[in-house]
Write a protein that binds this ligand. Structure first.
Ligand code: SAM
Length: 225
């Protein structure tokens, strides 16, 4: 059996040998193994998303909405120290998010005191125009709430949608030509553009997750093109 990055199995010290190198990814993966609580796919999803977001967006607070373990927020800071800190917001923060953070902060002390976890609904969080809003797999309509809230604040945003609910999501009447979830994501992208955003449509590797469409946007007024 090969080693599938999409596995929901938890990474533990049994997996250490799979990450023997000196790269940041391998070092991160080894710490995640020590934490012993993170599904393997979450490591790859967070890493692949953060890399792409950081190629475009620097500085500003990172706001990880529906953030779960909050690994994405922490990888964002590890890849690029230009953000002062990160806030992870989730209605049901996994208790092991604290374990993971402790392990990562021990390995990278510069993370200490810069990651805040808030058990709250993302509908209530105050977003600043300087923030980078990120959200991986906010299920169904929740991705639309993230996009709407980020756009209302004129913040930069990156979402990796999942669990498209075709009964309640806007498919732009395109589902006769393209599959429903793709139609919904196309409408999301066009809508963001119509709100005065420059958008980027990218993908993370499909072997990490089939829900791999990454939509990024930045308000045009903040861009120096
Ligand atoms: C599929 S999980 C993704 C978690 C994490 N982003 C990841 O990639 O592993 C969706 C997360 O959204 C959270 N969630 C659901 N509704 C929410 C809401 N209204 N506000 C904040 N978080 C919410 C859930 O508790 C869950 O942790």
């Amino acid at each position: 059996m090969g080693f599938s990055p999409s596995s929901r199995g938890r990474l533990t010290d049994y997996d250490l040998g799979r990450f023997p190198g000196d790269s940041l990814f391998d070092r991160l993966a080894r710490e995640v193994c020590h934490a012993g609580c993170l599904p393997r796919k979450e490591l790859y999803e967070a890493w692949e998303t953060a890399r792409r977001v950081r190629r475009l967006f620097r500085g500003g607070r990172v706001l990880d909405l529906g953030g779960g373990h909050g690994l994405l927020a922490q990888v964002m800071l590890l890849l690029d120290d230009s953000s002062p800190g990160a806030l992870v917001v989730d209605t049901a923060l996994p208790p092991s998010s604290a374990t993971l953070h402790e392990v990562l902060a021990a390995a990278w002390p510069r993370l200490s005191g810069r990651i805040t976890f808030e058990s709250a609904s993302l509908e209530t969080v105050v977003i600043a125009p300087t923030d980078i809003v990120v959200s991986v797999h906010a299920c169904g309509r929740l991705t639309d709430v993230v996009l709407d809230r980020a756009a209302a604040a004129r913040a930069r945003v990156a979402v990796l949608p999942c669990c498209h609910d075709l009964d309640v999501s806007d498919d732009g009447d395109l589902a006769g030509w393209v599959d429903g979830p793709l139609a919904v994501d196309v409408v999301r992208a066009v809508r963001l553009k119509e709100q005065g955003y420059r958008i980027w449509t990218q993908s993370i590797p499909a072997d990490v997750t089939p829900k791999n469409r990454l939509l990024l946007g930045a308000p045009r007024e903040g861009l120096h093109e």
